[in-house]
Design a protein around this ligand. Structure first.
Ligand SMILES: NC(=O)c1ccc[n+]([C@@H]2O[C@H](COP(=O)([O-])OP(=O)(O)OC[C@H]3O[C@@H](n4cnc5c(N)ncnc54)[C@H](O)[C@@H]3O)[C@@H](O)[C@H]2O)c1
Length: 260
């Protein structure tokens, strides 16, 4: 699949919108940040890893002086860090319209029987994947409410629908985000804010060999390896004005497998 350049292609569905994407220095978050920039949004890329974040912002800005994007370091597991980051984002661009809560840990988690998962790893996984999503939504909510409109999109995982075992700390941490998403959608609906969740299947962001990815793809309805770009269209739609009547939904982007 060809990766589009920053100004190619997708229309300007998000012009005049201000978006904040967590975990945007790499993988899915970075692909979404690039897409949002192409669609005219001002984009805050937030991530724990300062060097990779700087590189990502440079890459987006390269030869594109008109693109409005900013990198901010944050630890989503730390509420104070999130509040500071949110304040800087609002100061820089004048508000926030769209939160994509994408930061997550999964690549280095222990795989094996659930009774062998340490309490420390269980807590750490939840502190980033679940509490991190809560921290970001809670910190963004007053800013979205003030604008009487907005979008929150949580990146979950197809692991939820698959009951993916032997990495139960991860599956459970993302399953809890479903509950968070539904309650937040219910509470924020009256403010004109939609809240949804995208559950990716296996997406190539560098953690698996080509052979592993191809083998897994054979178990899907569509037998090809997923790329971060496969998530762009649906996230952009949910973030746009066109998504205004879709809320409290989970969409599986997994090439077919989980029957929602
Ligand atoms: N790639 C897949 O196959 C896949 C499948 C299902 C769900 N997901 C989910 O999609 C999201 C992105 O996955 P990816 O494959 O792009 O992962 P990735 O590891 O390539 O990127 C995740 C980013 O999150 C950042 N991050 C981690 N902890 C953080 C913290 N405490 N605060 C701020 N930033 C932090 C990392 O620095 C990294 O840049 C994750 O939530 C992941 O669980 C991925």
């Amino acid at each position: 699949m060809r990766t589009l350049g920053i100004n190619e292609g997708d229309g300007m569905k998000l012009s005049n919108k201000i978006a904040l994407i967590t975990g945007a220095a790499n993988g899915i978050g970075l692909a979404l940040a690039k897409r949002f920039c192409r669609e005219g949004a001002s984009v805050v890329l937030a991530d724990l890893r300062a060097d990779e974040l700087e590189h990502a912002v440079e890459e987006i800005k390269q030869g594109q002086p008109a693109v409005r994007c900013l990198g901010l370091t944050v630890d989503v597991a730390d509420r104070a860090s999130v509040e500071t980051m949110m304040g800087k984002a609002v100061d820089a661009f004048g508000g926030i319209d769209i939160l994509v809560s994408n930061a997550g840990v999964w690549k280095n988690l222990t795989k094996g029987p659930f009774w062998e998962i340490s309490t420390a790893e269980w807590r750490n996984t939840f502190s980033v994947n679940t509490e991190g999503a809560f921290n970001c939504a809670a910190s963004a909510a007053p800013h979205l409410i003030a604008r009487k409109s907005g979008r929150i999109i949580f990146i979950g995982s197809a692991a939820i629908g698959e009951a993916l075992a032997h990495i139960t700390q991860y599956t459970a941490s993302k399953s809890a985000v479903t509950g968070l998403m539904r309650c937040v959608a219910k509470e924020l609906g009256k403010h004109g804010i939609t809240v949804n969740m995208i559950n990716p299947g296996q997406i190539d962001t560098g953690a698996f060999t080509r052979e592993q990815l191809e083998a897994r793809a054979q178990s899907k309805f569509i037998n090809r390896v997923g790329a971060p770009q496969d998530l762009e269209g649906i996230v952009s739609l949910l973030a746009s004005d066109e998504g205004g009547f879709i809320t409290a939904q989970q969409v599986y982007v997994d090439g077919g497998g989980v029957l929602n």
